[in-house]
Design a protein around this ligand. Sequence first.
Ligand code: NAI
Ligand code: MG
Length: 325
Amino acid sequence: MTDEIVVIPGDGIGQEVVPAAVRVLDAVGEFEFVEAEAGDRVKEETGEALPQETYDLAASADATLFGAAGETAADVILPLRRAVDSYVNVRPAKAYPGVDALRPETDLVFLRENTEGVYAGHEDRLSDDLSTLTRVVTDSASRRLAEFACEFADGGDHDGFTVAHKANVMRETDGRFREAVLSVADERGVDTDEVLMDAFATRICLDPTQFDVVVCPNLAGDVLSDLAAGLVGGLGLLPSANVGPERALFEPVHGTAPDIAGEGVANPAATLFSAAMLLDHLGHVEAGENVQAAVERVLEDGPRTPDLGGDASTEDVTSAVVERL
Ligand code: NAI
Ligand code: MG
């Protein structure tokens, strides 16, 4: 049976890097691609950033590949993550040979809580002067994330995981998160350590080799993984997987890059690495490894896009990857 992959390019460079990934997927297997719309453009046309049809497609597909949405990002990606019941966002941040990185020794994987925290959507304007946000932390979501982290740490070449939190200040919410995650790891016999997330930000800049798998709350994972992107050569390199119990949605960590959108020079690597994760998720492990390796080889040998100091186009890089395959 052919796997069905829903593709949602979205806005800006999403329209450039997602077609690049489709080309690469086409080169390694037989897939049925179903294209769907979301983002600023479709909102302008229809009044809705995420049409019900797109939501329903993502909710029933084997896997979804998403590019990025602009101003409407929160209206698109948060419901899409819910559509696949994604409780963890897997964000590898790795430096690659040939890419000029601030910290070439970086090799981290962030496992970010993906359903709650300060992104749960409970914000209120109470007066002209006062706005509030309610942070949501549940045992169930924290434990579900921790179960995934234990399996992830056991499954790969990892020595347990680190929990990054701020339970010294957010005693109730991060206190609960910390306790739930550590107790699951303890039950499963998985090694852990913990770090306050502000200190973590300094420590990964000074010496990222102190860390490997990092489990963190939603906002912290968002910010810290972007920080790690800076250490490895930029946002053009970071893929991610929004994993649920059955389905998953793959997307580059970056946004629509309005400063370069339409110029055909976006780095497709983040989306191609996301496609490699998608292949792995669908059980095409070897194809996933091949795509990962081909992109790494092209990063090393060139051609490279301008964000990495080169002058190649998205298409040049994609063609080089397809040739390697
Ligand atoms: P951004 O990730 O779009 O861009 C930040 C910087 O990184 C820019 O200088 C951009 O040119 C560069 N960059 C990003 N991806 C690149 C790539 N593949 N190749 C080369 N350079 C790349 O973040 P920014 O500027 O904060 O946000 C722009 C828009 O994207 C906003 O409207 C924001 O809401 C949206 N956004 C959407 C996300 C999503 O849909 N998941 C995630 C983050 C931002
Ligand atoms: Mg982000």
